[in-house]
Design a protein around this ligand. Structure first.
Ligand SMILES: C[S@@+](CC[C@H](N)C(=O)[O-])C[C@H]1O[C@@H](n2cnc3c(N)ncnc32)[C@H](O)[C@@H]1O
Length: 202
């Protein structure tokens, strides 16, 4: 099954509804600074973050490769703008288009070259000093270490330790702010994620 089919099937299940946790609360100041501007939500799924953002009056453009996810998102969060987009094909936005990009659990499906390419593209579409807020699988979610990029549950997934977070986000493109590692109960017990806020360097 290709990744798009995987996600269409996953989001095609009945009874799914967007629910959010409070991870964006700590970025209230940064979000409020975007007032009137559009925030980009990459790999938005059915709109957990879109719901959070629109309920607080923010404008959001939600992008995903899965048309099933976007259809559900539009039903649940009609205030959000949507666009079907495959990050592997490049972000079809002008340089410096957004003050803030969110990529919540959506950047850890790619091999090393594609991950760097996508992260560089996010850097390009952010304005000077713009902020990327992302969450990524932690390697500590795995019962045993079998590699950083492995197949789990029918999909290739990347797992990060601190060195890997630094490898992708601690370079000359990004000023990495404090990153956090914590358990999250959205999907299944035992999932551990990294939260990485990174500011675009000039
Ligand atoms: C685990 S879900 C996270 C959804 C949402 N961000 C959230 O936190 O609720 C991963 C999302 O990334 C999207 N995705 C994966 N690969 C993608 C790609 N190449 N281009 C665009 N979206 C992609 C999937 O369709 C899915 O919606």
């Amino acid at each position: 099954m290709n990744p798009n089919e995987f996600w269409n099937q996953a989001f095609g299940r009945s009874g799914l509804e967007p629910h959010y946790d409070d991870w964006l609360d700590k970025y209230k100041e940064e979000l409020d600074r975007c007032s009137g501007r559009t925030i980009l939500d990459l790999g938005c799924g059915i709109g957990n973050n879109a719901k959070y953002l629109t309920e607080r009056g923010h404008k959001v453009l939600c992008c995903d490769q899965s048309e099933v996810a976007l259809e559900k998102l539009r039903a649940f969060v009609p205030e959000a703008e949507t666009k079907r987009l495959n990050m592997l094909e490049g972000l079809s936005f002008a340089d410096g288009s957004f003050p803030l990009v969110i990529a919540d659990l959506s950047l850890h499906y790619f091999d090393e070259a594609d991950t760097f390419r996508i992260v560089r593209d996010i850097h390009r579409v952010l304005e000077e000093g713009g902020l990327l807020l992302c969450r990524l699988n932690s390697i500590r979610s795995l019962p045993v270490y079998t590699g950083y990029y492995i197949e789990v549950g029918g999909l290739m997934r990347r797992y990060f330790d601190r060195e890997q977070v630094d490898y992708y986000f601690g370079n000359d493109l990004w000023e990495k702010m404090t990153c956090l590692e914590y358990p999250m109960d959205r999907y299944f017990k035992g999932k551990i994620v990294w939260e990485v806020p990174a500011k675009k360097r000039g």
